[in-house]
Design a protein. Structure first.
Length: 231
């Protein structure tokens, strides 16, 4: 059971003192200190702790949050629907022996399989992977191989490092993204965000010979923001 250590981890990740969390839970600071060590809280307090951090009791008790990567912990604490089961999106990922996020590589050869396997941990674990220490540790990154000439001057076959976007409302007009959709699979385009008003994304190519097209937000499976190219 990981309840005691998880309470402490969640409190610190939220930047709360024992006094502040104890006040939120309507208990004394000394009781909270005991709960973070060896004393088991009563059921009603466990429920309030889970509600305070938006995590399930099952996760609070059974999951070792100390083994979570920085990215996964941030997703847990900042995404309200992470454990609530409403339009749930959980990213399959890989980590090294120290629990640090690795960067998986999606080549042109596996793009056709990626749409079917992007949420399958076994499929993701079979992809080549590596680490880039200069990238932020609290962000998730993945490398995709460019297919075609629609995004010149980034050429066909180039490798691009992208950052996972969990909030699609944060997609910025005119920036480059890898969009994974039910209809088109893995697509690298310039995006314009029309989700708020029309529940759509407008995707454009840098090469003017290719016409823009729209995708319904409900068809989108993943969004990755372009960071840099490795030609």
């Amino acid at each position: 059971m990981y309840l005691h250590s998880n309470i402490k981890i969640l409190r610190k990740k939220k930047g709360l003192t024992q006094e502040a969390l104890a006040e939120r839970l309507m208990i004394s600071r000394s009781k909270l200190a005991g709960y973070e060590l060896t004393i088991s809280p009563p059921l009603d307090v466990i429920v309030r702790i889970g509600e305070s951090f938006n995590v399930s009791m099952d996760m609070l008790i059974k999951e070792d949050l100390a083994s979570y990567s920085e990215f996964k912990l941030r997703e847990l604490l900042e995404t309200d629907q992470f454990l609530r089961g409403r339009k749930l999106r959980i990213l399959a990922t890989t980590v090294d022996e120290q629990g640090r996020e690795l960067i998986e590589v999606v080549s042109q050869k596996v793009k056709a399989s990626y749409l079917a396997g992007f949420s399958d941990p076994e499929f993701i674990a079979e992809l080549p992977r590596f680490a880039l220490p200069f990238l932020p540790m609290d962000k998730k990154h993945r490398v995709f191989q460019v297919d075609g000439d629609s995004m010149l001057p980034i050429p066909d076959g180039a490798w691009i490092v992208c950052e996972y976007v969990d909030d699609w409302m944060a997609i910025k007009d005119g920036e480059r993204y890898v969009i994974v959709t039910e209809q088109d699979g893995v697509t690298f385009k310039i995006a314009y965000n029309k989700i708020k008003d029309e529940q759509k994304l407008l995707l454009c190519s840098a090469n003017p010979i290719y016409a823009p097209f729209e995708v319904e937000a409900e068809q989108v499976r993943e969004v990755w923001r372009y960071r840099l190219a490795m030609v």
